[in-house]
Design a protein around this ligand. Structure first.
Ligand code: FDA
Length: 511
C-alpha cells in the first residue's frame, strides 16, 4: 500500500524546498532517461538489466549537494556522485547488485573562474576538461593546466583519480596541481582545505572518486607555457620491415622516456590494428623548428619533418589532440556528448622495463592485427611525474621507474552481452594474460581512473566495506598508499556512507 513510506519517499520529501522540483527526477518523471543518459559514455550500463538510480538530483549549487547528503543520510538513501559520467564501470550512475540509491549529478555545477593575477583557477567538479581548457586558455594564452586528451571527461572524476595526460612529464599529474578544494563531507558540511585537514585533502587528490565525500570545486595552480607549443601526429605500420617498422619504433620510443630527461617533450602512442599513431606535444620554446631538431637528435627513426608539425597556442593544441585536426576550433571542446552506441571494456597496466622489439612485433602479430576494434594507449611517465614528486605527495603511486601506462580498450556493437561482447572480452582477456610477463608485478599496477571491476570488488560485512576484501584491487591502484587512504576514510566516514563496488574501506583500528 502507499501508506508505508519508503526511504526514497522520505528522501524526496526531505529535499523539497531545498532543491528546485524540476532538478529532481524520479523514475516516473518524463525527463528521467534523458537525464540519466546525458553523460553516459558506455551503453553497457543503461540496459534493461542495469540497476538504475531510484532518482537523480541535478545539483546546481553547493547547498543542493549539502541537502542531498543530509537528506540521504537521514532517510538511508546512498548517493552515487556523477560529474562527467566517464567512469569505465559506470559506477557513478549504476550499481552492480540490487540497491536503492540516488545519483547526485553535478553537470550543472560547472563554473570556471580564472584568477589571472596569481595564475590560479577555481573550477567546479561538473565542468569538463574542455570547459576548463577553454577558460584557462582564453584568460591568458600563456596559461595551461595538465589535463587529459579527451575534452568531455569531467573535472570531478578526473582529479579524484589523479588525472594523467600529455603534460604530466612537465607539470605532474592533474591532482599534483590542486591547491585547495571545497568538499561536502558525510555530515553535509562544506569544508575547504583548512577545515577538512591535510589528510583528507591528500586523499581526495587521487584516492579515487566517491569514497570521501562530494568535491564541489577545486582550486588549481596554472602553469606557464610559451605563446605557441608544437604538436604532431605520425602514423606508422607494423610488419613493413626496416627501420620505420612500428615495432622497432616502439622499442626505441620506450628507451627515450627516462633518459635523457626531456620533460618538455611527450610522445604518447595509440596502437590499433597494425598502426601505431605517435602523438607528440612539445611544451618547450622554439616550437616546431626546435622540436624537429630534438627529434633528429633523439628519435631520427620516426622520420618527423617540419610538415608534420603545427605551431599552435596551447588551447588550440588541446583542441588538436582532443578533436584530431589542427584547424579544429577550441569551441568544439565545449560540446558535451554521450555515447550510447559503442560498447567498451577497458583495463590498464604499467610498464617499468622496456618490452623490446620482438615483444612489440609479437603483440601486433598475435593480438592487434586480428582485431581492429582493439586499442592500446601508451602514456609515457618520467619527467616531473616520476622524478620530482615523491610517491606519497598525492595518492597516485605509479611514479619513479614507471616508463608508461597502458590503457587497453575493446569495442563492440549490437548487444551489451552476447556473442560480440563475449568475443571482444575473450580477445581482451587473452591480451591481458599475454602481457603479464612484460608489465609490473607484485602488485600488477592498475590506474584507478581506468576502473576495472575484474581486479576485485568490495565485500560489505555488517553494513561496512571490509578492508581485507578491498586490498586485492586497492593495492593495485594505490600500492603503499592504500592503507593510508583507508585510515583517512575511517576518520572522515567511519559509517561508510559514501561507497560503491570499489570505494576505499574505512580502516577503524590500526592494523
Ligand atoms: P564520473 O562522473 O563517472 O565519476 C567517476 C568516479 O568519480 C565515480 O566513482 C564517481 O562517483 C566519482 N566522482 C565523480 N565526481 C565526483 C566528485 N565531485 N566528488 C567525489 N567523487 C566524484 N583519465 C585520465 O587520467 N587521463 C585521460 O587522458 C583520460 N581519458 C579518458 C578518455 C575517455 C574517452 C574516457 C571515457 C575516460 C578517460 N579517462 C582519462 C578516465 C577518466 O579520467 C575517469 O573515468 C574519470 O573518473 C572520469 O571522470 P568523470 O567525472 O567524467 O566521471
Amino acid at each position: 500500500s502507499s501508506s508505508a513510506s519508503s526511504p526514497i519517499d522520505d528522501f524526496l520529501r526531505c529535499l523539497s524546498g531545498k532543491i528546485p522540483a524540476e532538478q529532481v527526477f524520479t523514475q516516473s518523471s518524463s525527463g528521467f532517461m534523458a537525464e540519466l543518459t546525458s553523460s553516459v559514455q558506455n551503453p553497457r550500463f543503461v540496459t534493461n538489466a542495469t540497476v538504475r538510480p531510484a532518482c537523480i538530483v541535478a545539483a546546481s549549487d553547493a547547498s543542493h549537494v549539502q541537502a542531498a547528503v543530509r537528506c540521504g543520510r537521514r532517510s538511508g538513501v546512498r548517493l552515487r556522485v556523477r560529474s562527467g559520467g566517464h567512469d569505465y564501470e559506470g559506477l557513478s550512475y549504476r550499481a552492480v547488485r540490487a540497491e536503492t540509491f540516488a545519483v547526485l549529478d553535478l553537470a550543472g555545477l560547472r563554473a570556471v573562474r580564472v584568477r589571472a593575477g596569481d595564475a590560479t583557477a577555481w573550477v567546479d567538479s561538473g565542468a569538463t576538461l574542455g570547459e576548463l581548457y577553454y577558460a584557462v586558455g582564453t584568460a591568458n594564452p600563456g596559461f595551461a593546466f595538465p589535463g587529459g586528451a579527451c575534452s568531455t571527461v569531467g573535472v570531478g572524476g578526473y582529479l579524484s583519480g589523479g588525472g594523467i595526460g600529455l603534460m604530466m612529464r612537465k607539470f605532474g599529474i592533474g591532482a599534483d596541481n590542486v591547491l585547495d578544494a571545497m568538499i561536502v563531507n558525510a555530515n553535509g558540511e562544506l569544508l575547504d582545505r583548512g577545515r577538512m585537514g591535510e589528510d583528507l585533502f591528500w586523499a581526495i587528490r587521487g584516492g579515487g572518486g566517491e569514497s570521501f565525500g562530494v568535491v564541489v570545486s577545486w582550486r588549481l595552480k596554472l602553469s606557464m607555457v610559451p605563446p605557441t607549443v608544437a604538436v604532431f601526429t605520425i602514423a606508422k605500420t607494423a610488419g613493413d620491415g626496416g627501420g620505420g617498422d612500428a615495432a622497432a619504433l616502439l622499442a626505441k620510443w620506450e628507451t627515450l622516456i627516462l633518459q635523457p630527461f626531456l620533460p618538455d617533450l611527450t610522445i604518447r602512442v595509440v596502437l590499433q590494428g597494425r598502426t601505431a599513431l605517435f602523438q607528440c606535444l612539445y611544451l618547450g620554446s622554439g616550437g616546431c623548428a626546435r622540436l624537429a631538431a630534438t627529434m633528429r637528435a633523439y628519435f631520427p627513426e620516426l622520420g618527423m619533418t617540419a610538415s608534420d608539425c603545427h605551431d599552435l597556442t596551447w588551447l588550440r593544441a588541446m583542441a588538436f589532440i582532443s578533436l584530431g585536426a589542427a584547424d579544429a576550433p577550441p569551441e568544439g571542446m565545449l560540446r558535451r556528448t554521450n555515447n550510447l552506441g559503442t560498447y567498451v571494456k577497458s583495463k590498464s597496466d604499467y610498464v617499468r622495463r622496456p618490452m623490446g622489439a620482438a615483444a612489440w612485433s609479437a603483440l601486433f602479430a598475435d593480438h592487434l592485427a586480428s582485431n581492429n576494434a582493439g586499442v592500446l594507449i601508451l602514456e609515457p611517465h618520467g619527467g616531473v611525474v616520476g622524478a620530482v614528486i615523491p610517491d606519497m605527495a598525492t595518492p597516485y603511486p605509479h611514479r619513479a621507474g614507471v616508463l608508461y601506462n597502458i590503457q587497453y580498450g575493446v569495442f563492440w556493437w549490437g548487444d551489451a552481452e552476447g556473442e560480440s561482447s563475449a568475443a571482444a572480452r575473450r580477445w581482451l582477456d587473452a591480451l591481458y594474460a599475454a602481457m603479464e610477463a612484460a608489465v609490473s608485478g607484485n602488485p600488477r599496477e592498475a590506474f584507478v581512473n581506468y576502473r576495472d571491476l575484474d581486479i576485485g570488488e568490495n565485500a560489505v560485512v555488517g553494513g561496512v566495506t571490509e578492508y581485507e576484501s578491498a586490498r586485492r584491487w586497492g593495492e593495485r591502484y594505490f600500492m603503499g598508499n592504500f592503507r593510508r587512504l583507508a585510515a583517512v576514510k575511517g576518520r572522515v566516514d567511519p559509517g561508510d556512507y559514501f561507497r560503491n563496488e570499489q570505494s576505499i574501506p574505512p580502516l577503524l583500528q590500526p592494523y
